[in-house]
Design a binder for this molecule. Structure first.
Ligand SMILES: [Zn+2]
Length: 208
């Protein structure tokens, strides 16, 4: 698996570029900004982007999706429970002091237990409401790797005080779905350093 993690934009959202070494097909997760840098990494590895997956519709994760779609022709995938948040991108832009990316169009909805296939790579969609209603994680079982969006961070969890957020729901999602994964699963959070499920199970103060 080719995996580049690039913090993008003023809020340094971790954008993942994940490619299949044999077919050179790739999925890009959370292209929030800095699309030229993302495209440079895609070119460096000679990848063809097949899907653009958005873990949730906050501007720092979705802001560059339309530019990346225009450059690659790949469809944009998002859980439909976050479509309402997409309509608030202008407001979100004002909150964080970013320029609004304009209208974002979703090509395909992602639901619990859907699979995203990229060449020989297979990711399972885990719907993890709480940070937003439509938050999802992408789990690559063969590689034991979880792209967690803003549901789980090293030593912390996603904030739940924004529209659509629910502390009860994020705690349920974490205990019922995320902590069900093996301890040696590598977690790539939406911001900040990598961690593992075991590390968070043991030391994350929100999961005690
Ligand atoms: Zn977020």
């Amino acid at each position: 698996m080719i995996h580049e993690i690039l913090p993008v934009g003023p809020l340094q959202c971790n954008c993942s570029i994940i490619g299949d070494e044999a077919s050179h097909e790739a999925v890009v997760i959370d292209p929030g900004d800095d699309i030229q840098d993302i495209l440079a990494l895609i070119a460096k590895h000679n990848l063809r982007v097949k899907q653009i997956v958005i873990t949730h519709a906050h501007i720092d994760h979705v802001g560059g999706a339309m530019k990346l779609r225009a450059a690659t022709g790949a469809p944009i995938l998002l859980n439909q429970n976050d479509y309402a948040l997409l309509k608030m991108l202008d407001m979100q832009a004002a909150w964080v002091g970013m320029a609004s990316p304009g209208k974002v169009e979703i090509d395909q909805s992602l639901a619990q237990a859907d699979t995203v296939k990229t060449g020989a790579l297979v990711a399972q969609v885990i719907h993890t409401p709480g940070h937003t209603e439509g938050s999802v994680c992408l789990y690559f079982p063969a590689q034991k790797k979880l792209i967690a969006g803003d549901t789980l961070f090293a030593g912390s969890i996603g904030r739940t005080d924004l529209p659509g957020g629910s502390f009860e729901k994020i705690i349920d999602s974490l205990h019922e779905k995320v902590l069900a994964l093996p301890d040696d699963t590598i977690v790539v959070p939406g911001h900040g350093p990598l961690t593992t499920i075991g590390e968070e199970r043991e030391s994350n103060p929100f999961l005690k």
